[in-house]
Write a protein that binds this ligand. Structure first.
Ligand code: HEC
Ligand code: HEC
Ligand code: HEC
Ligand code: HEC
Length: 209
């Protein structure tokens, strides 16, 4: 446990030194800002491409702030001796709200606390990707000049483990059963199935090749 905490402290010190605070990760598109889920919804909510926004709304991440208002949350806060309600406590908000920075006690400008854990918690701040998407939309003839993946890095296990870890007061080390039968507090493969929002068009293309 101790070495884990020291490791985390070093990681935090390093990210401060590199100017990577406020939830940014090493894989984030450099210079990108958080835009919030309503912007993603404009392009990512049609049935033929997978309705990502509706699927996000339907799983627990979207209600992660509500969870901090539950009786269970109030009990955890009481046991920890918190002096403010959990839905206002930086020690809870840092994992229950996208990009929340416990040092400044703020979420990024475009992020509403009520929206809980949004798209950019996993996909990283996406302002540059949105610019790419808008360029594509308005300049379909120039599609070959844009790599839509350039500013939208793949989601890694580390992105999840920033929140799904032992520091969570509700962490249950036996919550998941892995493919090989062993138990784990988090399993990337199993957890991804629960939150899945694939683009059926891409799946069809992959199937063809
Ligand atoms: C102006 C339109 C537009 C907006 C707004 C937009 N995207 Fe996209 N995005 C696209 C297009 C076009 C693609 C390529 C086709 C596809 O994968 O659906 C794409 C692809 C993606 C991909 C898949 C990249 C890959 O590896 O194939 C992710 C992830 C993604 N967007 C996330 C987001 C998130 C998160 C937001 C909001 C913060 C967002 N997008 C906002 C247009 C947009
Ligand atoms: C390190 C990240 C992290 C921190 C800090 C954190 N949580 Fe959570 N919380 C999670 C995750 C991840 C889950 C999903 C279950 C799990 O794996 O623990 C969760 C789930 C919960 C749930 C269960 C909701 C449900 O639907 O059953 C409650 C209640 C909760 N948290 C309250 C709190 C309170 C209160 C605090 C502050 C004292 C807090 N959390 C701090 C990550 C965190
Ligand atoms: C809890 C984490 C998480 C959240 C929240 C989340 N995603 Fe994803 N998203 C993923 C993962 C994991 C994948 C699988 C692809 C990968 O590994 O890069 C994915 C894939 C995608 C893809 C590509 C689908 C495909 O088959 O090409 C798009 C587009 C996307 N997400 C958009 C969104 C949008 C828009 C939101 C919010 C409305 C959102 N995501 C919320 C984790 C998340
Ligand atoms: C910013 C913090 C954060 C990130 C990043 C995050 N989660 Fe979560 N996740 C939570 C919280 C908080 C909850 C509990 C929400 C509730 O119960 O209302 C949760 C709940 C879940 C649940 C519901 C079942 C459970 O374990 O309690 C799944 C599945 C899940 N997350 C998968 C993922 C996956 C997969 C990723 C990465 C691709 C991911 N999460 C990234 C904070 C996060």
């Amino acid at each position: 446990m101790k070495s884990l905490k020291v490791g985390a402290a070093i990681a935090v010190a390093l990210s401060v030194a590199l100017g990577l605070m406020s939830g940014a990760r090493a894989a984030d598109a450099p210079g990108a800002q958080y835009v919030g889920n309503t912007t993603c919804k404009v392009c990512h909510n049609t049935p033929d491409t997978g309705e990502q926004w509706n699927k996000w709304k339907a799983v627990k991440h979207a209600t992660a702030l509500e969870a901090l208002k539950s009786d269970a949350a109030l009990k955890i806060a009481k046991d920890k001796g918190l002096t403010v309600p959990p839905s206002e406590a930086p020690e809870c908000l840092k994992c229950h709200v996208t990009g929340y920075d416990p040092a400044t006690k703020k979420a990024p400008a475009k992020i509403k606390l009520d929206d809980g854990v949004q798209c950019e918690s996993c996909h990283g701040p996406a302002s540059l990707h949105v610019k790419d998407g808008q360029f594509l939309k308005f300049n379909p003839d120039k599609a070959s000049t844009i790599d839509i993946k350039a500013h939208q890095p793949p989601v890694t296990e580390d992105a999840c483990k920033k929140c799904h870890n032992e520091e969570s007061p509700t962490w249950n080390p036996e919550k998941y059963t892995k493919a090989d039968g062993t138990k784990a507090g988090f399993d990337f493969e199993e957890a991804k199935k629960i939150i899945a929002h694939p683009n059926p068009k891409k799946a069809a293309e992959a199937g063809k090749s």
